[in-house]
Design a binder for this molecule. Structure first.
Ligand code: ZN
Length: 464
């Protein structure tokens, strides 16, 4: 987000859960460690106002003093209103890693190409422990980023590394853009041809960071769904930031950012204009030499911005598939039919045969009629076990790799899956006991598992 934008991330304050199942298993342990860290650091007193220093490169945007204990790494200086040394080191370490990524992808040589402000030779990071930006989230400016610290006390933004990383990368793309131009978007007057349009700046930051908001539409159906909801707004017409309002705060993360993301992705995709992030960097570099955006864009992208604007929706019509082949829906349908068949058959079978098992003569368990019953019981148990395990794995995979935005809460989904596995195992244990005691109610196993699965589906739908 640039300095005049309210970061959409602030609207969603989710915590992101680790992807790995191993992390899930170690979750209790990790939670203990994490809360231990939080406890020890929260004993730190908020810095005494008299000790605070009233200066910093961010001062033109936010008049926030810092505590006079900056942490320096090779390319960054981390200032803060009281973040712990560990939190500063962690942020600096992550920033170094992400900067290398951005610079590599854009083919930028920092030594030769970066143009820092006169009084700076490193990128400033202001890590908020207590302060909160208007609208929350993070902002980039010329050679600096204001972002929440890993030990932020506000609870507004996720301190999970994955969430911080995406936001930091988005902002560092803006910083690299500013360092290539030798100035920031907001520092150039609206209407000046040397001002970079917002769609290009935000689209580039989203495309290179992978997207800090809702993901870019992948199909025409999806795009048409968005235009039906937010209006058929041409993303290339998004030249300057809109004044913040409730509706803008809603449409920014759901329409403007994803559509700008799509617009830049089209420039980069082999099926689009087949440019590379290096071409985007070349546009920025040219602008640093006072070339207008329109001229720099046309010479490096191979189409004029005005043509792109006029042709945008036509180009998307040809570029995006109408809809994704409903592989998932068909697969799910087939599996449902299969499961329904098995469970239905199993129920009918159980209803007809369990009374036999439950009869007092069955107590020996050796009667001739019991053998097929036992075989049937085993099949029933196996089918149910396979269905439960399969469904749990499906759930885990969906939660871990689906198109959820990086800030979405995954932890409740994982917890629900664990609860489902425990419930299914409970049902199976119960059934085995019922069977051992020759009680006819054991034929209810499949029905109980269906109820547990249905309940889990409802819970997961409600979470995401
Ligand atoms: Zn941005």
């Amino acid at each position: 987000m640039d300095d005049r934008t309210s970061d959409p991330l602030a609207l969603m304050t989710g915590r992101v859960c680790p992807r790995l199942m191993a992390m899930l298993l170690g979750g209790v342990l990790l939670a203990g460690v994490a809360s231990g860290c939080a406890d020890s650091s929260s004993h730190l007193e908020r810095p005494d106002p008299a000790q605070m220093v009233n200066s910093g490169s961010w001062y033109a945007r936010e008049q926030w003093p810092h505590d006079g204990r900056p942490f320096e790494s090779e390319d960054f200086v981390v200032y803060s209103d009281g973040a712990s040394l560990e939190a500063r080191q962690q942020l600096a370490g992550l920033a170094e890693e992400v900067l290398v990524e951005v610079v590599d992808e854009m083919g930028v040589d920092p030594e030769k190409m970066f143009r820092f402000p006169a009084d700076q030779d490193k990128i400033d990071l202001y890590a908020n422990r207590y302060n909160v930006l208007e609208g929350g989230g993070a902002r980039a400016y010329y050679a600096g980023v204001i972002i929440w610290s890993f030990d932020s006390e506000t609870g507004q933004d996720s301190t999970e590394v994955r969430a911080v990383r995406v936001t930091l990368k988005h902002e560092l793309v803006h910083v690299v853009e500013a360092l290539l131009k030798g100035r920031y978007v907001g520092d150039v007057a609206v209407g000046d041809p040397r001002r970079m349009p917002v769609w290009f700046s935000e689209g580039t930051a989203e495309a290179l960071s992978g997207g800090s908001t809702r993901s870019a539409p992948r199909t025409l159906d999806e795009m048409n769904g968005l235009t039906a909801e937010y209006g058929r707004i041409n993303p290339i017409a998004w030249k300057v930031d809109l004044p913040l309002s409730e509706s803008v705060l809603r449409s920014y993360p759901n329409y403007y950012y994803p559509m700008a993301h799509l617009a830049v992705e089209y420039l980069l995709d082999a099926d689009g204009l087949d440019r590379s992030p290096k071409d985007l960097a070349a546009v920025m570099l040219d602008m640093g030499n006072d070339v207008s955006f329109a001229e720099a864009f046309e010479s490096h992208i191979g189409i004029s911005e005005s043509d792109y604007e006029v042709q945008f929706f036509t180009r998307m019509d040809a570029y995006l598939p109408q809809s994704e082949f409903p592989l998932e829906a068909i697969g799910l349908g087939l599996v449902s039919v299969l499961v329904a068949g098995l469970i239905g058959g199993s129920l009918v079978w159980g209803f007809r045969h369990w009374p036999v098992v439950a009869a007092p003569t069955g107590a020996s368990g050796m009667s001739a009629g019991d053998r097929p019953t036992r075989r049937g019981f085993l099949v029933e148990i196996l089918v149910v076990a396979v269905i439960s395990v399969g469904f749990a794995v499906l759930l885990l995979v969906r939660i871990a790799v689906s198109d959820l935005p990086p800030y979405a809460q995954r932890a409740p989904g994982y917890l629900t899956t664990v609860a489902y596995v425990v419930a299914s195992a409970g049902i199976l244990m119960w059934a085995i006991r019922r069977r051992a005691n020759h009680l006819r109610s054991a034929f209810l196993i499949p029905l109980l598992v269906v109820v547990a699965t249905g309940f889990t589906i409802v819970v997961v739908q409600a979470i995401f």
